[in-house]
Design a protein around this ligand. Structure first.
Ligand code: UT7
Length: 333
């Protein structure tokens, strides 16, 4: 039996044109540019204008990824859409992307692993390609956070962090060892799921949301920031080490680390903890904030465009987020 392997054949990204600076936020809530930059590194983010959804953004990112990969809508065998902010409660947003792109009647998954969603999607696509069932798969991360954030001072700890955007890759069957996904390493631990979550609307309640719940602002994301920070700076280095051991790699073998963009300080600490020189980690949270499932493909896309990731380079992707979920992926680009 032939053992297939997968590779990333093209990367695309799209962010909405509306730039929202820290100074803009300081006009609507009690915060400052200095506080946000000092704690997170974020200077601005993109927010959609009313009417623009995750599916439209994703379709734009997919079209670019498909162009780069040299494939068309008829070549796509499956689609995985990672998000924590689906356009509607149901159906999943993936089918809307399928429709916009004019794909065949292929399976469309929506998956919900927040900041680690893109890596979970990559691992799924890899498994389907390895099994021989499908050859070419779109893996998407797309988020519209801005319409679900608390714009008052009460929500400032979370609201200043998040941005909207989409990123996508085309995964296809590898034909040689020079361009190949080497391994993925996924983890989850639900014991502290509530330290980063949005509690309402909740299908365990009838009605799913009440005026009381809204008055208590429970339909907005809530985070125990310091706890999440501590987990992030422990789990991300561990996930990188796990992949290095699996692939028998030294730190000097890694050309570029693309971490999830939750906080520049977290990523700088991760680099320091594993002894990675700053120029071998690419960050762009300064411009886009935390775009959750979209952050890794948006960041990887930028690194490729800047020539910081070249064909054949050894790349490590690493993420941590709500769930809690975390993981890494190692590939030769
Ligand atoms: O992508 C998913 C994973 N997410 C993460 O990894 C995020 C992890 N956590 C973090 O990045 C950090 O915890 C934050 C950046 C979110 C917050 O930084 P912190 O140093 O943990 O701040 P804090 O929440 O403990 O708040 C410190 C102070 C508080 O004031 P007092 O109580 O000391 O008077 C907050 O009220 O800063 C205040 N504060 C703000 N001030 C100005 C909180 N948010 C803001 C704000 N502007 N936006």
């Amino acid at each position: 039996m032939t053992q297939h392997r997968s590779r990333i054949a093209g990367v695309g990204a799209y962010v909405p044109p509306r730039v929202v600076t820290n100074h803009d936020l300081a006009k609507i809530m009690e915060t400052t540019h200095e506080w946000i930059v000092e704690r997170t590194g974020i200077e601005e983010r993109r927010w959609v204008d009313p009417g623009e959804g995750g599916a439209e953004m994703a379709a734009k990112a997919c079209r670019e990824a498909m162009d780069k990969a040299g494939v068309g809508p008829k070549d796509i065998d499956m689609l995985v859409y990672a998000t924590l902010s689906p356009d509607n409660n149901f159906p999943g947003t993936g089918v809307f992307v399928q429709r916009l792109l004019g794909l065949r009647e292929v399976p469309c998954y929506d998956i919900r692993q927040q900041c680690t969603g893109f890596l979970y999607g990559l691992a799924m696509a890899d498994a389907f390609i390895k099994s021989g069932q499908y050859k070419t798969i779109l893996v998407i991360g797309s988020e519209v956070h801005s319409t679900g954030l608390d714009m008052s001072t009460t929500g400032r700890d979370v609201t200043v962090l998040f941005g909207d955007g989409a990123g996508a890759v085309v995964m296809t069957r590898a034909t040689d060892d020079a361009h190949v996904l080497l391994s993925t390493h996924l983890h989850a631990d639900g014991t502290e799921a509530e330290i980063l979550w949005t509690e309402y609307p909740a299908s365990r309640q009838h009605p799913r949301i009440t005026e009381e719940a809204m008055a208590a602002r429970k339909h907005y994301p809530a985070m125990q920031g310091k706890k999440v920070f501590k987990h992030a700076v422990t789990r991300m280095p561990a996930a990188i080490m796990e992949g290095m051991v699996t692939n028998n790699l030294k730190l000097t073998d890694i050309d570029m680390v693309i971490p999830h963009q939750a906080n520049l300080r977290i990523n700088q600490m991760v680099a320091k903890m594993i002894g990675l020189p700053e120029d071998r980690m690419h960050n762009n949270i300064q411009k886009y904030g935390n775009t959750t499932a979209a952050s890794i493909p948006i960041c990887m896309h930028e690194a490729v465009e800047l020539g910081k990731i070249k064909p054949g380079d050894l790349v490590c992707l690493v993420a941590f987020g709500a769930g809690l979920t975390w993981g890494s992926a190692f590939l030769r680009f």
